[in-house]
Design a protein around this ligand. Structure first.
Ligand SMILES: NC(=O)c1ccc[n+]([C@@H]2O[C@H](COP(=O)([O-])OP(=O)(O)OC[C@H]3O[C@@H](n4cnc5c(N)ncnc54)[C@H](OP(=O)(O)O)[C@@H]3O)[C@@H](O)[C@H]2O)c1
Length: 188
């Protein structure tokens, strides 16, 4: 494969809702900590993951994100916003950054953090290998949604190393971690 492996990560409710008014519709600190633990995990010291997000999906700038190179997508920003290391004008340029010096030797995984259109572009990318999608088992009022995707192409794994398989509960909300793996054309 040319380029770095690309993964999407999100938490979505029963109707694939992910956001309301620019914020997460729920308060699930343990689920958020799990998200942070995934995107910051690297195989050895010195390695980094690239995080790509659209301008309204920024992680709080005060949130420590070790081992990460953070790219914000925007066509309008004139300077790098707090909490980011770089701004890119389009998705392809951000992906390309990860495969070119000086970052190419360092970056292990490209994690796409949303929002809707950034996820859509990532799903179409040939390097897209996995979707980490927490299933929030409830319906919230949402104005932003995770895109529909073909579950014949991205198959839900029964189990995945390091992913708790059981239903969890926080603040009275049940949820379950899920990983969808892209299958090769021969398996479809
Ligand atoms: N539950 C979850 O896991 C999750 C994950 C992510 C986000 N969210 C929620 O989703 C909402 C935000 O998502 P959103 O879809 O509304 O917006 P978004 O994708 O975060 O931001 C949209 C903006 O990002 C820039 N952008 C997006 N794609 C681009 C591209 N290909 N090239 C250049 N710039 C690009 C544009 O900025 P300019 O206008 O500056 O050009 C665009 O207006 C929030 O409510 C957030 O909390 C939830």
């Amino acid at each position: 494969m040319d380029g770095k492996p690309l993964r999407l990560i999100a938490a979505a409710d029963a109707e694939l809702g992910i956001g309301l008014g620019g914020h997460l519709p729920w308060h699930l600190p343990n689920e958020f900590n799990w998200f942070v633990s995934r995107i910051t995990a690297v195989s050895e010291p010195g390695k980094k993951n690239m995080l790509i997000w659209g301008r309204y999906s920024a992680v709080n700038p005060s949130q420590p994100l070790p081992n990460c190179y953070r790219v914000c997508l925007s066509r309008t920003l004139r300077c790098v916003p707090p909490g980011a290391d770089h701004v890119c004008r389009d998705f392809a340029s951000a992906i390309q950054l990860a495969s070119l010096p000086p970052l190419s030797d360092t970056i292990e995984i490209v994690w796409v953090l949303g929002g809707t259109h950034v996820y859509q572009e990532a799903l179409k990318h040939p390097n897209c290998e996995q979707i980490y999608l927490t299933n929030i088992m409830a319906c919230f009022n949402c104005d932003t949604f995770f895109p529909e995707f073909d579950q014949k192409i991205f198959r839900l794994l029964d189990e995945f190393p390091g992913i708790p398989g059981e239903i969890l509960e926080e603040n009275g909300i049940k949820y379950k971690f899920q990983v969808f793996q892209k299958v090769s054309r021969r398996q479809i």
